[in-house]
Design a protein around this ligand. Structure first.
Ligand code: AR6
Length: 540
């Protein structure tokens, strides 16, 4: 797996905090409480069975603005034409059951079933990608297998929703510090409903609609996307997931946590005296973030979680969400992230291999996740969703841009690090060119901001440069110089502000900083006066 020649810096054991990825302490166990909704029943000894999924928690359906409105709610009503030329309200779930219980043997019939309870969209939803998948891309036999075997199972999974999810699912709204834990079986049922586009009020494109500040969850936007190859491959990942969970229901659970830190509690970066050397840094140019077993893995997120997973996007976040589809259920209940907010997902399992990236992305078969489960029955995989600043919409190299991304990274990296005196809080962070692809940022700057946020939150860091060995060496060289000169987070912050104020191209950042450090090499402390020399040096 790990190519020994492709990394430099601290060994991974220092980033894990132990010899193996699984030697580090676990995350806090699942504990139901006023800020943690647990949708399944935890047995009195606290230990879930290893051979069957946990039973659902009993509860009362809630049809209000604080909870997910479920399609099977008694209050989910739908207008149907009556025989007097008007319309009357019927329970939407009955219409859904009716439509899905009729024979569905091809994509045309599947589309018609979905439209039976989404009649408003009859002339708009064309299901182009869905038709291309089943009519052109899959072998005849594969399509037949899907409609004869997998689809009836997905329908059953979807229609079991009222039995499987009984307690209300709270919305993870802005400004809240709140968690939801669901069993993987419950998630599968919710995603089966997304597959059939049953969630009410989630299709409106209007700015003032009830769920305008939530991601899309019904899969129609993926079926609708112009059927490029990467869209088809994403659909294959999703179909594979359903085939897997329908064949053998997963028995674990997943926790989704939103963290929101009030602005007054964010670090004062200019004042930080934390040395950069606090941070052990490992830089790898071969492996990818999802291969960093045991570390907190970054999701280069959109503020609407999932980004373009149900549409055209096919970069880091979208790929992660389709190879680990349980992550997609976060889109059902997570309101758009604010700059001071992050989401951590513990336990999302991986089901698919992939090759390629972007337009060349392709499903590459089964993946069997071997991450051990923690004491609460979650796979020990922690995904941290952080949306970087979108360069272009705002300038990354400006005092405001720096603070924005530092705060965002710190809010995420300092999850579960409340006890400052305990020293390093393992496990470390697995990250990379956050904000530097679709969002157009610069790795030289974003790597430094993440190093600062990691040092400040005392987490070690593994940085994955995505096949770029030059960048790997540049980052390590920069970091070594900062350590050698005993630079603190506060000093580096002030230097970055100074760099931004010089209006130099961001590509000059490293040479600017190296020049400042060199100029100060003779003095015992780093001087912070502004000179124009570095700028001149960089542009040479
Ligand atoms: N492991 C390590 N590095 C990676 C990986 C990986 N698996 N995949 C990509 N990279 P991008 P952003 C590197 O563009 O700029 C989505 O639509 C690679 O160098 O996904 O933060 C979201 O929903 C790549 O260029 O992240 C947001 O809307 C870089 O990481 C938006 O993109 C950035 O990957 C976020 O854009």
């Amino acid at each position: 797996m790990s190519h020994s020649n492709d990394w430099i810096g601290a060994p991974l054991s220092l980033i894990y905090g132990s010899e193996t990825p699984w030697g580090a302490p676990e995350f806090p166990p699942v504990q139901p409480g006023h800020n943690h909704a647990v949708l399944y029943h935890i047995p009195s000894n606290g230990v879930l069975a290893e051979d069957r999924p946990p039973k659902p928690q009993i509860g009362q359906d809630r049809w209000d603005q604080h909870h997910v409105r479920l399609p099977c709610s008694k209050q989910s009503l739908y207008p149907v034409p009556d025989n007097k030329g008007g319309s009357r309200l019927r329970k939407r779930w009955a219409i859904i059951e009716n439509a899905l219980k009729r024979p569905i043997q091809n994509s045309e019939q599947l589309a018609n079933a979905i439209l039976a309870y989404n009649t408003k969209f009859k002339s708009r939803w064309k299901f182009r990608a869905l038709h291309r998948l089943f009519n052109e891309c899959l072998e005849e036999e594969e399509s037949q297998y899907f409609f004869n075997v997998t689809l009836p199972d997905i329908i059953k999974l979807a229609l079991d929703l009222p039995t499987l999810v009984q307690a209300p699912i709270p919305l993870l709204k802005q400004h809240k510090n709140i968690s939801v834990s669901l069993s993987q079986q419950q998630i599968a049922s919710l995603l089966a409903n997304a597959f059939f586009c049953t969630f009410p009020r989630r299709n409106s494109l209007k700015q003032d609609s009830e769920y305008a500040s939530y991601p899309f969850i019904n899969f129609n936007s993926l079926y609708e996307a112009s059927p490029s190859d990467d869209v088809i491959e994403k659909l294959k990942c999703i179909c594979h997931y359903f085939r897997r969970v329908c064949t053998k229901v997963p028995v674990g659970v997943v926790t989704f946590t939103r963290r929101s830190v009030p602005p007054r509690s964010l670090p004062q970066w200019a004042e930080s005296t934390r040395p950069i050397a606090t941070l052990p840094l490992h830089v790898d140019s071969y492996n990818t973030i999802e291969e960093a077993d045991g570390l907190i893995q970054l999701d280069f997120a959109n503020k609407y979680l999932g980004g373009g997973v149900l549409g055209h996007g096919c970069v880091q976040e979208e790929i992660r969400f389709v190879i680990c589809p349980e992550l997609m259920v976060s889109m059902l209940f997570t309101e758009v992230l604010r700059p001071n907010e992050a989401v951590m997902i513990i336990g999302g399992e991986r089901y698919s291999r992939y090759v390629g990236y972007g337009h060349t992305f392709a499903w590459a078969g089964e993946w069997h996740d071997t991450a051990p489960r923690d004491c609460s029955g979650r796979r020990r995989v922690a995904l941290l969703a952080l949306d970087a600043l979108q360069h272009g919409a705002q300038r990354e190299c400006s005092p405001h841009g720096l603070a924005r991304d530092l705060h965002k990274a710190w809010v995420g990296f300092s999850f579960n690090t409340d006890n400052e005196n305990e020293g390093m809080n393992f496990p470390g962070i697995a990250t990379g060119n956050w904000g530097c692809g679709a969002f157009g940022g610069t790795p030289q700057l974003k790597s430094l901001l993440q190093i600062m946020a990691c040092a400040q939150s005392r987490r070690p860091m593994a940085y994955y440069t995505f096949k770029d060995s030059k960048l790997r060496d540049e980052i390590m060289n920069m970091y070594s110089q900062l350590v050698k000169h005993h630079v603190t987070v506060g000093q580096l912050y002030r230097l970055l502000v100074r760099f931004c104020n010089e209006n130099l191209p961001t590509s000059c950042l490293h040479s600017f900083l190296l020049q400042v450090l060199k100029d100060d090499a003779s003095s015992t402390t780093l001087k912070m006066e502004s000179t124009k020399n570095e700028a001149a040096e960089c542009l040479k």
